[in-house]
Design a protein around this ligand. Structure first.
Ligand code: CA
Length: 712
């Protein structure tokens, strides 16, 4: 007979699971908390689950043990209490957290209702390798879980951690709210944030777009964009590499910031730039590569991207300089944020400061692992929710960000994401990965695509369009519409309308095109070029290039918000590596000479971007506009889809636009609607002036996107 596990479920209730209820006499349980026995006043069982009600409240600062008849016992786990409404209703603070620095005083606040004591440790050095440094220890005082201390000195230049006495352990932890850190992020840094603003940053104002659908997003990594020596960028792999002007390849073609301006995208989406774990990239010697989806200090930039990770101000200033440089070019900056998990929950400051609260648990007490990264955070717990919101508001305000891409958004709860939407300025984009993952949160609460009705102003990475276009990402050889798979016409029609609820026959999960982030490839999985090489392996290179143009031609003429991964427009390759998160620079970097080699592709894609930007008809912002203005044309040929966008309710310099996708290798004749039409895009060229006039039958070449317009 065994107690399998025991949980505290309320301030006066304990629950345990036993192996066989028939072996137990409920009267023989007894319970201990803080070296005292608490009477059990009622007991009941349901199969092998036993609930015990106590005569008085548990002191949550102390461990609890459940005994049975002197010979068996179990330590009790607290996480169910911490996740309860009862607990969240009682323990919560709206007080400012973290460090409030002034020249004359500094005030530190950290929240842990379960800590027995908390000390502030002040260091002279931010480097934990300096073992000679003994910290000054200052006791903090508590009011209802909020620990604080004020020191009336100028502490600028010092570093700090918290020493937390919790459940018999003395844990040294960084401040979850730290805004600056020493090298490798192991100590908070005390700085004056006002000293971290580039000159003129206060005059930097948001670049507002009328609608989220006006965005054309380009995903990039700070490291990959400039690491290759052929980038011509001096500060390779650094934030300020993207501030350098007029950088170019030896062929005199623009790279870095200058190239992005030339390409015409409206937003960059920057892969992790918050401080990620030193286990992934050692800031002292960052030769190892990692994408950085393993957060360490959520409110601090990554040190390996600064020119000096030992000087806390540098990484902050230099990231701001990068964002400012984009803004000066009219490009918005969206940040990829990863609040859903950390690299090592057990040793993360959240768990060291308040064990059992910030990470979601499975029924058996193990970490929930829907993220597949070992652990999931618990956004449904109020102080975790508050942390996510505080953190994103801080980034938006302090760094002037224009949007957030939420990694594995489906791990988070709907309320957290909608509260964020309400709290962030309207111009700030908010979108993420709404995958339904196996996390310990009920499906109706998850911020996932199937709950899009409850998240009306949130964008979702659209895997439907992705898979229809290029085939499943889970099979290297699975084809899609762009690579010759047949029978996908209705899927393509759904993609054209942004996978919105357009009609009974053509309907996706979305209620608005602002919910659809249309992409073919991103940092995950194969690059588009590698996927084409594996799915169309018998085809010569020029055929693959035609397919790539076809793919991006479709992507940029569908309703919704297009997202391009860096280098997709010149067929970037990772040599077949599908998950390159820790592959060497040579696999991940942007090869700018490849860009020079495939400049014809780049020109084509740039012209598509220009076309989309010039014509609001491709960027409709509501479902009603899509329903009213887009009509599909009857096409008898298979693997061909054609539609008309009529500018009825929208203002566009073109009255009617016909778009034809022909996925066949051969040409197909399409009957155009009445009147004459001007061709502006075909298989080879996208032009801002008519290429040729057409009426009656139009011959769409094999594997081509064609755009025609008239003003009749
Ligand atoms: Ca780091």
């Amino acid at each position: 007979m065994n107690i399998i596990r025991a949980f505290i479920t309320g301030f006066k209730t304990v629950e345990c699971t036993v192996d066989n209820i028939n072996d137990f006499n409920l009267i023989k349980f007894y319970f201990k908390n803080r070296d005292r026995y608490i009477n059990i006043i009622s007991r009941y069982s349901n199969n092998n689950i036993i609930t015990l009600v106590l005569s008085e409240e548990i002191d949550i600062k102390y461990a609890c043990t459940l005994f049975y008849d002197d010979h068996t016992f179990s330590d009790c786990d607290y996480f169910k209490l911490f996740a309860s409404e009862e607990f969240n209703g009682r323990f919560f603070t709206l007080d400012e957290l973290g460090l409030n620095y002034n020249e004359t005083y500094s005030e530190f606040r950290v929240w842990s209702p379960v800590a027995l004591s908390v000390n502030l440790l002040l260091y002279k050095n931010g480097n934990t390798a300096d073992l000679t440094a003994t910290p000054t220890k200052i006791q903090m005082s508590e009011i209802n879980g909020l620990w604080s201390v004020r020191i009336d000195k100028n502490l600028n230049g010092k570093f700090y951690t918290y020493e937390v006495n919790v459940y018999g352990n003395i844990n040294e932890a960084t401040d979850p709210y730290a805004k600056a850190v020493g090298v490798n992020g192991q100590r908070g840094a005390i700085i004056d944030l006002l000293q971290t603003n580039p000159i003129g940053f206060e005059n930097d104002s948001p670049i507002t777009k009328e609608n989220y659908t006006d965005a054309i997003i380009y995903e990039l990594s700070v490291r990959d964009i400039s690491t290759n020596p052929n980038s011509g960028i001096k500060n390779r792999g650094k934030f300020i590499g993207l501030t350098e002007k007029n950088t170019k390849t030896k062929n005199n073609k623009p790279t870095g910031l200058a190239y992005l301006k030339y390409l015409g995208i409206t937003h960059v989406q920057i892969m992790p730039v918050f401080d990620f774990s030193y286990n992934s990239v050692d800031e002292k010697n960052p030769y190892k590569y990692n994408w950085g989806y393993d957060p360490q200090n959520y409110n601090v930039p990554e040190g390996s991207y600064s020119t000096n990770p030992y000087i806390p101000n540098k990484r902050i200033l230099e990231l701001k300089e990068m964002i400012f440089a984009f803004h000066k070019k009219g490009i918005c900056v969206n940040m990829d944020v990863v609040y859903n998990h950390v690299f090592d929950a057990k040793h993360h400051c959240f768990e060291l400061i308040f064990p059992g609260y910030y990470f979601r648990r499975n029924e058996d007490g193990s970490f929930s692992n829907g993220s597949n990264c070992g652990n999931d955070t618990a956004s449904e717990n109020l102080m975790m929710k508050r942390f996510i919101i505080d953190s994103m508001l801080y980034w938006a305000r302090e760094y002037h960000l224009d949007g957030f891409r939420i990694d594995l958004m489906g791990i988070h709860d709907i309320d957290t994401i909608n509260t964020l939407r309400d709290r962030l300025d309207r111009h700030i984009m908010l979108y993420g990965e709404g995958w339904n993952l196996g996390t310990a949160l009920s499906s109706d609460k998850k911020a996932i695509i199937t709950n899009s009705a409850k998240l009306p102003e949130i964008g979702f990475f659209n895997d439907i369009t992705r898979d229809i276009l290029e085939g499943s990402i889970f099979s290297k050889f699975d084809k899609g519409f762009i690579s010759g798979k047949e029978g996908l016409e209705s899927g393509i029609m759904t993609s054209i309308v942004g996978c919105t609820k357009y009609s009974d026959d053509t309907s996706g999960p979305f209620y608005s095109p602002i919910q659809s982030i249309n992409y073919i490839s991103c940092h995950d999985n194969s690059t588009l070029w590698d996927k084409l090489k594996s799915t169309c392996s018998d085809e010569p290179e020029e055929k693959l290039m035609a397919r790539l143009k076809f793919a991006l031609g479709i992507l940029l003429t569908c309703q919704g918000i297009p997202l391009l991964s860096s280098g997709i427009e010149f067929g970037i390759s990772k040599e077949g590596v599908e998950n390159s998160y820790n592959s060497p620079d040579e696999i991940n970097w942007v090869d700018w000479e490849r860009r020079d080699k495939y400049i014809d592709l780049v020109t084509y894609v740039k012209s598509l971007i220009d076309l989309r930007k010039a014509h609001p008809a491709f960027r409709l912002s509501t479902l009603d506009d899509i329903k009213d203005n887009i009509k599909f044309l009857f096409v008898p040929s298979k693997n061909v889809v054609a539609f008309v966008i009529k500018s009825l309710d929208i203002i566009d310099s073109w009255q009617n636009i016909v778009v034809i996708y022909n996925a066949n290798k051969y040409s197909v004749e399409i009957k155009l609607p009445p009147d004459t039409w001007n061709l502006v895009a075909n298989k080879s060229v996208v032009s801002n002036k008519p290429i040729s006039g057409h009426s009656g039958l139009f011959l769409a070449e094999g594997i081509s996107v064609n755009v025609l317009y008239n003003n009749c």
